[in-house]
Design a protein around this ligand. Structure first.
Ligand code: NCD
Ligand code: ZN
Ligand code: ZN
Length: 385
């Protein structure tokens, strides 16, 4: 195959640490096949499939199944994230060791799927996961502060009469999990950092020598709660879209390396689950096919990151965080490569109907975005473009 990459930018294949693929359980909204196609189109060669499937990915037979289906599809490596607890209410720690030792070689674990939010579960899981993999501070919100909340607790929500989700709900859990990680001598990865205060806490934790890494989503870099004015359910997401000053802090933190990487939190939902009244809509937005463009718009165009920096936050750092040895690094001559070829000068208008994802809940409908993926290559095979 010959790829005409003239005028293009060559990146190592992108790695997404946070994708919701709805298989098993909600194959009407995304399958491993459609999620993989969306990922390849977005420039990704590896994605991490969150554990909140149905059934929850809390044992090696499910994580190995997800991995195997991903390999059969063959468009991206689909690495399952393992849930840290088993039982309907997360009564017991999951067999993380079995998941780590299985065919999927699970590297990331999270509370996702059970949402137990229990500090003692987090403490024990951190102690147990040490040496096995990385624990995600997922659902980094205190449920006692977010009961009934649908939007960021700020002036917009107050004006529209929407129940507010305060920054403190996220920040208190980020602080809690960083301290528990410190005491356990374990690693913690903060999912979808969304506030200015979380950035300050990350800075503080790093200065203490706590082994903490963090991700930010493309939508928290680009969008804010002014989007709520329309009451359109497409803008409902967890954590909620925040305010201008949070965006500014998140962008600066990503440029500086206080936030390590970009992760999509790609969350497909059926149209009927998103078209209803704002507070009834399911939280979550698509992200895989627009992430690179949003990073170019929010980080490259304003001069906060160069293309070397894009490679760092979308490929190298995420690969390092989970210890993927075949992703996110320079390729030797003759080696089967994971690559993404980007046209940095192209502009495109987002058309939900044209997406490879099985769902349509993109918040960027009709928006013009910079940069297109010309080709994605997984171990020498063209998977998109
Ligand atoms: C997640 C999903 O749809 O799986 N949605 C989201 O807004 N991030 C679940 C969740 O984190 O609430
Ligand atoms: Zn989440
Ligand atoms: Zn998520």
């Amino acid at each position: 195959t010959v790829i005409d990459g003239k005028g293009g930018v060559l990146l190592p294949g992108l790695v997404d640490l946070h994708t919701h693929v709805r298989e098993p359980g909600r194959e009407d909204t995304e399958t491993i096949a459609t999620g993989s196609a969306a990922a390849a189109r977005g420039g990704y060669t590896a994605i991490f499939a969150m554990a909140n499937t149905s059934p929850v990915a809390d044992n090696a037979s499910i994580t190995d199944l997800v991995w195997r289906i991903g390999q059969e599809v063959g468009l991206v490596d689909v690495h399952p994230v393992g849930a840290v607890t088993v039982g309907l209410r997360g009564e017991q720690l999951a067999e993380m060791g079995m998941m780590a030792d299985g065919a999927a070689k699970v590297k990331l674990f999270s509370d996702d799927g059970k949402c137990v939010h229990d500090p003692m579960v987090m403490k024990r899981a951190l102690e147990y996961s040490s040496g096995l993999g990385v624990l995600i501070s997922q659902h980094s919100e205190d449920p006692r502060l977010t009961a009934g909340a649908v939007a960021h607790d700020g002036p917009t929500a107050a004006r529209l009469g929407l129940a507010g989700w305060p920054r403190a709900a996220e920040e208190s859990i980020v602080a809690r999990d960083a301290l528990l990680a410190r005491d356990a001598g374990a690693r913690i990865h903060v999912a979808h950092a969304s506030t200015e205060g979380t950035v300050e806490l990350l800075r503080w934790a790093r200065a203490q020598g706590i082994d903490v890494t963090a991700e930010v989503t493309p939508h928290h870099l680009l969008l804010d709660d002014s989007r709520l004015e329309t009451y359109d359910g497409v803008n409902r997401v967890n954590p909620p879209l925040r305010e201008e000053r949070d965006k500014v802090a998140l962008r600066a933190a990503l440029a500086e390396g206080v936030i390590d990487c970009v992760a999509t939190d790609h969350a497909p939902h059926a149209s009927q689950e998103k078209c209803c009244e704002f507070s009834q809509a399911k939280p979550g937005m698509l992200g895989l096919e627009t992430a690179l463009s949003v990073v170019v718009e929010t980080m490259v165009r304003p001069g906060l990151l160069d293309w070397r920096g894009v490679a760092r936050v979308m490929s190298e750092r995420p690969a390092q965080i989970v210890g993927l040895d075949d992703q996110g690094r320079p390729i030797e001559v003759g080696e089967p490569a994971n690559l993404t070829v980007v046209d940095p000068d192209a502009e495109w208008v987002v058309d939900p109907a044209a997406l490879a994802s099985k769902s349509r809940n993109t918040p960027y409908e009709a928006m013009s975005l910079p940069a297109t993926v010309l080709a994605t290559v997984l171990r020498g095979t063209v998977t998109a473009g």
